[in-house]
Design a protein around this ligand. Structure first.
Ligand SMILES: Cc1ncc(C[n+]2csc(CCOP(=O)(O)OP(=O)(O)O)c2C)c(N)n1
Ligand SMILES: [Mg+2]
Length: 649
């Protein structure tokens, strides 16, 4: 709006009136007025310091109150000793001291401040980032309200056992609270809202306390099983000056991340005996791998035993190209097994039992009588009462408490010691059978993918085949979970590197997908050279479409593909199931579950947020061109969305 604009003039006049009415206390010192720069291009008379500052939304200058460091500067010093490259936040005055220190005193580096448009994004992006970067980033949430907004993302990270460092601000002492809003945003115990879903929290009472708790929190977040950690930074501690004599008394402890837990050696040796003696062992890997090394170790163990591996895909565990990757035969293999080795099971009961959700919810064992169960997991090291992500109790014959990834090398050695020539030849015969079975998988998957090849709305399989055709030329990473894909990428694509797949959401809280993809894409960007792809449901995407703005703002390129079935289709199916159960009409199942009429134009939404938007694509013949364009734009550094009108998954 120009200076001569009538509305602008009215607004200035109004603001001027306020200043006059408010008196000297908000007009600022007269010296500041005299220094106010006049705009040489403006036809209007030069504004006073007070009006121009107010118009720009800045408070008039106040006398400098703090000549030395502030408490929040020291807090920044603490954060800088930790390996935190980024901090994501939607701004809020409970941490205004800290924010100002990060951007000015900390020079907005290590960590760099990233702007998110919702606190769920700040935390959720840190969740996705940690899974790719292998280390946490920070998120900052505004008091009571920001904490509540972030709770869903904290829960997903907690359930997924992923480290995130979350800070909040709080005006603790009543006399420190500004009247009004600050009382709504302050609280007695900031972490109470999320205490059951974080690994640890603290509300430091002093700067020394802040240093120790933040360093402790970082170490705890990273120790297996990892999880989100929540630290409250008191507003008065942040904003008070830190005099030199006080600072001299402060120290920042060195971070010391505990070594990972390794399974007991005797239990591991027993497990090795059981595995070597078994005629039909099966390895099930779930929240297992955190590195390429862990994938390589799993291959080593499977090859030693010539045992099939079922990948439950909470992480990228087993190369889909390896003949011992037999996830396709999952349930069947488990029911024939005489020994099951389960690595970091999220749900051991679910791996060993069938629950058909039609007329009942009762589980039936799918295993043979006498089957031996070995579990290696940190599951029992992190159990809460209220949130019951531990699932049904399932006894194991050998229950090794320890990090499976860290324990595997000793299990491999123990297995090696147990193998004799007799067992070796039995294993070779087993291996031959596995190769034969594996040879059929790819052909069958392709034949199934060809069904409905030309259908419109487009089939998932066709979309994934067309996408692969373009991606195979690239160093690529899929940063969406298996939930939306009906397993097509794992069935159709050669996936053999750890960075190619990110695993699941943890808590199945819808909204994870777009936010985790943003953080994962940031971590991949820093490695460089990778084309990052997120496939997301339309329902998922609508929880946080503005992730694209953060991506555009901070130069985070990736391709978002909307699997647009114009519905919360999983819920459509639930309603159909209920209608069937109650012997009523299933045709009303769209009520309250569809996202159509009006249809959302996702390409326009993306463009509005500063990303490239392509689509809607309804004809499968147009997919190749859309993917080519999308990937080219991603390689040029842009976030891109392609809206594909697809069949229900
Ligand atoms: C926060 C949250 N709200 C609601 C749900 C219930 N829910 C599970 S799947 C789903 C549908 C998601 O829709 P979309 O992403 O479009 O996937 P579709 O089922 O259509 O493939 C919903 C609403 C949930 N899991 N989490
Ligand atoms: Mg949908």
């Amino acid at each position: 709006m120009s200076d001569s604009d009538a509305v602008g003039l009215h607004r200035r006049g109004f603001l001027k009136g306020v200043v006059v009415a408010g008196g000297a206390s908000i007009a600022g010192p007269s010296g500041a007025q005299a220094q106010a720069p006049a705009n040489p291009n403006s036809k209007a008379p030069p504004p006073t310091a007070a009006t121009s500052a107010a118009e720009r939304g800045h408070p008039p200058e106040l006398p400098q109150l703090t000549t030395e460091k502030s408490g929040s500067d020291f807090m920044v010093d603490v954060c800088k000793t930790l390996s935190l490259d980024y901090l994501a936040a939607c701004p809020g005055s409970t941490f205004r001291g800290l924010q100002e220190s990060f951007i000015n005193y900390g020079k907005n580096k290590s960590p760099e401040w990233l702007t998110c448009l919702h606190e769920e994004v700040s935390v959720g992006m840190a969740h996705g980032y940690a899974k790719v970067a292998g280390k946490p980033m920070a998120a900052m949430v505004h008091g009571t309200v920001g904490t509540q907004h972030s709770a869903m993302a904290i829960y997903n990270a907690y359930c997924d056992r992923v480290p995130v460092i979350i800070f909040t601000g709080n005006a603790g002492a009543v006399e420190s609270r500004r009247p009004g809003v600050e009382w709504f945003h302050s609280v007695q115990d900031g972490a109470a809202t999320v205490r059951e879903i974080v690994k640890w929290d603290d509300y430091p009472r002093s700067l020394q306390h802040f240093a120790e708790s933040t360093v402790r929190g970082y170490a705890l977040a990273c120790a297996q099983p990892p999880g989100p950690v929540f630290i409250t930074a008191d507003a008065e501690l942040q904003e008070s000056p830190l005099h030199e004599h006080e600072q001299r008394k402060l120290s920042i402890p060195r971070v010391s991340i505990p070594s990972q837990t390794v399974g007991d050696a005797n239990a591991t040796a027993e497990a090795a005996k059981m595995l070597v003696a078994a005629e039909a062992p099966v390895i099930v890997a779930d929240r297992y791998a955190r590195s390429q090394q862990a994938m390589d170790d799993l291959v080593k163990l499977a090859e030693l035993l010539q045992a099939p591996v079922i990948d439950r895909r909470a992480r990228m565990n087993m190369p889909t190209t390896h003949y011992l990757c037999q996830s396709e035969r999952g349930g069947g293999l488990v029911s024939q097994a005489d020994c099951v080795l389960s690595l970091e099971p999220v749900d051991l009961f679910g791996q060993l039992n069938d629950v058909v959700d039609q007329l009942e919810r009762v589980g039936r064992s799918r295993t043979k009588k006498g089957v031996k169960i070995i579990s290696i997991s940190t599951r029992d090291l992190s159990v809460r009462a209220n949130y019951q992500d531990f699932q049904r109790y399932m006894a194991a014959d050998i229950n090794i408490a320890g990090d499976a990834q860290t324990t595997l090398p000793s299990l491999i050695e123990a297995v090696r010691r147990e193998i004799n020539p007799d067992r070796k030849s039995a294993f070779e015969m087993r291996g031959k059978k596995m190769r034969d079975a594996f040879d059929g998988f790819a052909g069958r998957a392709r034949a199934e993918a060809a069904l409905a090849w030309d259908a419109s709305p487009i089939s998932s399989a066709r979309m994934y085949m067309e996408l692969w055709d373009q991606l195979k030329k690239e160093d690529w990473a899929l940063v969406s979970d298996d939930n939306f894909s009906s397993s097509w990428p794992h069935r159709l694509w050669p996936m053999d590197k750890y960075h190619q797949f990110i695993g699941g959401s943890g808590g199945y809280g819808v909204g994870y997908q777009p936010v985790a993809a943003l953080g994962a894409a940031l971590a991949h960007r820093d490695v460089g050279g990778r084309v990052v792809v997120s496939v997301t449901g339309d329902g998922e995407f609508n929880m946080a479409p503005h992730t694209l703005w953060t991506a555009a703002r901070h130069g985070i390129p990736y391709l978002t593909i909307i699997q647009n079935n114009r519905a919360y289709h999983q819920e459509v199916m639930h309603l159909q199931r209920m209608a069937n159960r109650h012997n009523r009409d299933i045709r009303n199942a769209h009520i309250g579950t569809t996202i159509d009429n009006p249809n959302i134009d996702y390409a326009k939404v993306a463009q509005g947020y500063g990303a490239v938007g392509i689509g809607p694509i309804g004809d499968p013949g147009d997919l190749a061109d859309a993917f080519r364009k999308g990937i080219a734009a991603v390689k040029a550094g842009q976030p891109v969305l392609i809206d594909i009108v697809m069949q229900p998954r």
